[in-house]
Unconditional design. Structure first.
Length: 137
């Protein structure tokens, strides 16, 4: 099970797939616009050239922006230099380190986690309805 959760070594470099897809979209739209402008004059008069051109450019822009966002998200999330989250720091000294990172006072309910990381708070399963509902809030 642990091997399924580990990021494969090739995944970080595979993010370039998204940049490649964005480049293909740009090339295909430019090619389509060139072919559109090479149509005979009679076809250009019958077709709404301005609408077609604007629609193609807008759809390409949206597609490229979203694809590049996927690229940036992928590279940021799988960056090997940023393996641990800001809150997931080891707590070798126990209380002091976790309190400084989490801002939550450590005690019997919130202690150094089972994996040796800060932020391990215990769910107490004491959610009982209170008379008066949410008035106290």
């Amino acid at each position: 099970m642990e091997s399924i959760l580990n990021t494969p070594s090739w995944a970080y470099d595979f993010c370039y797939y998204y940049a490649f897809v964005a480049a293909i979209v740009v090339v295909s739209v430019v090619w389509s616009l060139v072919k559109l402008n090479m149509l005979p004059t009679i076809a250009k008069k019958l077709l709404p050239m301005t609408s077609i051109t604007i629609t193609m450019l807008l759809s390409a822009l949206v597609t490229v922006v979203l694809t590049m966002m996927q690229f940036w998200i992928c590279r940021g999330a799988l960056n090997p230099a940023k393996k641990t989250e800001k809150f997931a720091v080891t707590c070798p000294n126990g209380v002091e380190d976790c309190t400084a990172v989490m801002g939550t006072p450590q005690g019997p309910d919130c202690t150094c986690g089972a994996r040796g990381l800060c932020g391990g708070c215990i769910m107490q399963n004491n959610m009982q309805p209170v008379s008066g509902g949410l008035e106290g809030f």
